[in-house]
Ligand binder design. Structure first.
Ligand SMILES: Cc1cc2nc3c(=O)[nH]c(=O)nc-3n(C[C@H](O)[C@H](O)[C@H](O)COP(=O)(O)OP(=O)(O)OC[C@H]3O[C@@H](n4cnc5c(N)ncnc54)[C@H](O)[C@@H]3O)c2cc1C
Length: 86
């Protein structure tokens, strides 16, 4: 079993603006490791500890469906210290 404390690197491949005031965005990410991208499984309601280098880390619910394969989506509101980096 892999060590859950070692982060898995993912790349943002799409950003969707969800509202007119531009403060809620959905980030579609793909694991760099293609094997992990295909094999990663989760249940509805699970969240990830999401980091952005230089900004910090916080829990974010997985917004995409567990039936979607090869990518994850996180919908994030720009509020607070971590979610609104300078
Ligand atoms: C299990 C879990 C799942 C989460 N999933 C999501 C998610 O899917 N999307 C998401 O955007 N955030 C989500 N959050 C919140 C996220 O993890 C951050 O805590 C938060 O968005 C900002 O953190 P911060 O340290 O920057 O905020 P702080 O600087 O600590 O926040 C300052 C203040 O801003 C307000 N605030 C913070 N976050 C929000 C928010 N999201 N909406 C409204 N007011 C807020 C609160 O009044 C807070 O006291 C989740 C949190 C948990 C515990």
């Amino acid at each position: 079993m892999s060590n859950p404390y070692i982060p898995d690197i993912a790349v943002i491949r799409k950003i969707i603006t969800e509202n007119a005031v531009n403060d809620i965005k959905t980030f579609e990410v793909v694991f760099e490791d293609p094997e992990l991208a295909e094999s990663f499984k989760f249940n509805p309601g699970q969240f990830g500890m999401v980091s952005y280098f230089g900004a910090g880390e916080c829990p974010i619910g997985i917004a995409s469906s567990p039936t979607d394969q090869g990518f994850l989506q996180f919908t994030i509101k720009k509020v607070g210290v971590v979610n609104s980096p300078p």
